[in-house]
Ligand binder design. Structure first.
Ligand SMILES: NC(=O)c1ccc[n+]([C@@H]2O[C@H](COP(=O)([O-])OP(=O)(O)OC[C@H]3O[C@@H](n4cnc5c(N)ncnc54)[C@H](O)[C@@H]3O)[C@@H](O)[C@H]2O)c1
Ligand SMILES: [Zn+2]
Ligand SMILES: [Zn+2]
Length: 358
């Protein structure tokens, strides 16, 4: 029999720019699974782009009406049978896609690109996510959260910071590099923050939302910010001795910004595309080939690299939670999604327990 204490509220996204709170039974962990007491669940640009306004996503981005939230972090409250490493009380980040575990991509730790259509299910998209006080996760999807990091720090790692770390590793950032970041949403701000830790001394950011440009300067993440516009390539060249940046990262998904990252990168430079969706126009010979440039695409990260990242965050003594400008309770999840959709914010978090007033 279900008692009242077995019931929780969870937020779903009907796809009409609203949020719905519905009742769910608090689930019991099955074999190889854990029950997590959610402490923080942050909102991603992908949630807004693919789910909140309309259910646009297909395949891995198809939303199946589950409890939303693919950036969860919390504490294990119950262990299912057959778990091998984690125990009750452990603080954990959920790598946000559960893969089959045995395809080639899963074996590399990249469950994001699991090729098994039956078993690949992302939290908050095809299986219940973190916008509820409890959630079930598979033990193999967990990353231990170091004591030095808060649950909100961990939620930021679950998708955004993990993604950015991977992209920056692909292009290799060091103290030699000036870095251009287009799009100063939470992912772009994370790019600037991690580029700084990796040694970059000149970081240039571009956006169209004043609040985000101000935040990038106030937090010391960017050295220069520019309003998106037709002179961006010239402006970036002026800031880099006429040459352009060595490394550039698009976190906007805007086609003009993508052209800017390519054209404002100097000869032999490297570019990574992180912003998702939309299109891109390229003139291969002048934009790429004759200047010997390389473009990478980068999708999330691997479980082992996420483990490496949390270790580095402690070593660098930085806190991804510093990019969170607003915390909401689950009851006000609607306000949280609406604010993230407006863009007039840094990262937005739905928080529980001690994280709500931290
Ligand atoms: N590749 C991956 O694995 C991965 C993972 C997570 C998120 N994403 C994607 O990364 C992107 C960023 O995520 P977010 O949470 O920061 O989203 P967001 O929508 O909050 O940020 C995008 C930013 O780009 C800015 N922008 C729009 N037009 C611009 C232009 N012309 N020039 C410069 N900036 C412009 C917007 O004002 C906004 O601040 C999204 O597309 C998201 O879907 C990709
Ligand atoms: Zn995300
Ligand atoms: Zn797989």
């Amino acid at each position: 029999m279900t008692s009242l204490s077995d019931i929780m509220q969870g937020a779903t996204l009907p796809g009409d720019s609203t949020t719905q709170l519905q009742e769910f039974k608090i689930p019991d962990p099955g074999h190889g699974e854990v029950l997590i007491k959610t402490k923080a669940s942050t909102i991603c640009g992908s949630d807004i782009r693919c789910i909140y306004h309309e259910h646009l996503g297909k395949g891995p981005e198809g939303y199946q009406g589950v409890i939303a939230g693919h950036e969860p972090c919390g504490q294990i409250s119950k262990i299912g049978p057959g778990c091998r490493q984690f125990k009750e009380g452990d603080r954990v980040i959920v790598y946000h896609i559960s893969g089959c575990g045995v395809c080639n991509d899963c074996r590399r730790g990249y469950m994001i690109s699991c090729t098994n259509e039956t078993y690949r299910r992302a939290y908050g998209w095809q299986r219940d996510g973190g916008m509820a006080p409890y959630m079930i996760a598979e033990e193999k999807d967990l990353i231990a959260l170091p004591d030095e990091l808060s649950y909100v720090d961990g939620a930021q790692v679950a998708c955004g910071f993990g993604t950015v770390y991977e992209g920056l590793e692909k292009i290799g950032i060091s103290g030699n590099d000036a870095v251009l970041v287009t799009g100063l949403g939470p992912v772009g701000l994370a790019t600037a923050m991690l580029s700084r830790c990796l040694g970059a001394k000149k970081i240039i950011g571009i956006d169209v939302i004043q609040e985000r440009m101000d935040l990038a300067i106030e937090l010391g993440l960017c050295d220069h910010v520019l309003n998106a516009g037709p002179n961006n390539v010239d402006d970036v060249k002026k800031l880099t001795g006429g040459h352009g940046v060595e490394k550039a990262v698009d976190c906007s998904a805007n086609d003009k910004a993508r052209a800017t990252v390519v054209q404002a990168t100097r000869r032999w430079g490297k570019i990574v595309l992180i912003g998702e969706g939309g299109s891109m126009a390229l003139n291969p010979s002048p934009d790429m080939i004759h200047d010997q440039k390389t473009i990478y695409g980068s999708w999330v990260t691997s479980t082992w690299k996420m483990e490496e990242l949390v270790e580095r965050l402690v070593r660098w003594n930085i806190h991804p939670a510093d990019l969170v400008t607003h915390r909401f309770s689950l009851n006000d999840a609607g306000g949280a999604y609406a604010l993230m959709a407006s863009g007039k914010c840094g990262k937005v978090a739905v928080c529980f327990d001690e994280e709500l007033n931290a």
